[in-house]
Design a protein. Structure first.
Length: 181
């Protein structure tokens, strides 16, 4: 039995044709690093361009930043619950629910999955309590040192963008599309 797992250009185009007119199309996706030499990546460049959001999802899942979500607590439950929740399990659940909703709505499941997988990359430990604590610490630092170049306070959504863009160079970057970032 010959199993061929190669995803073809025809399959990618067929998938995009099934989407609703208002859905994001991978073939129209723009990336911050569009000028990067994509030959450093494996696979057919034409197929990869037609599957950019799926590629984004894979790049997020295989990143160190994504794996670090395992060590970040999402919620501390009351005493009757014995298992603390981590950001990684939360993110995977968000991804699953999002893909289901995307399928029902007829929008690009790959784009929705990439957005869901990347939505908490910049979250600090201890959930929103950790975010509030960091925000307070930064507020005090700003108050004491007015000219240190920090504007505002800590915000995990902006930190997620930094995690995807700044912590990587274009060669080792997540190289995500603008929508996924």
């Amino acid at each position: 039995m010959d199993l061929n797992f190669k995803f073809t250009i025809e399959q990618a185009k067929k998938y995009e044709k099934k989407l609703k007119p208002y859905a994001l199309k991978s073939s129209k996706a723009k990336g911050k690093f569009d000028n990067v030499d994509e030959s450093i990546f494996d696979g057919d460049e034409k197929v990869r361009k037609l599957m950019r959001y799926k590629v984004d999802s894979s790049r997020i899942v295989f990143s160190r930043t994504f794996r670090r979500l395992r060590g970040k607590t999402q919620v501390f439950w009351r005493e009757e619950h014995d298992l603390p929740r981590c950001r990684l399990s939360h993110t995977l659940e968000v991804s699953e629910m999002s893909k289901f909703v995307a399928r029902v709505l007829g929008v690009n499941e790959d784009a929705v999955e990439a957005i869901a997988l990347g939505h908490d990359l910049g979250h600090p430990p201890f959930g929103h309590s950790g975010e509030r604590a960091l925000r307070q610490i930064l507020k005090e630092i700003i108050k004491k040192n007015k000219n240190i170049g920090i504007i505002g306070g800590f915000e995990h959504n902006w930190q997620s963008i930094r995690a995807a863009e700044i912590y990587y160079t274009p060669i080792f970057a997540l190289v995500l599309t603008v929508i996924s970032i």
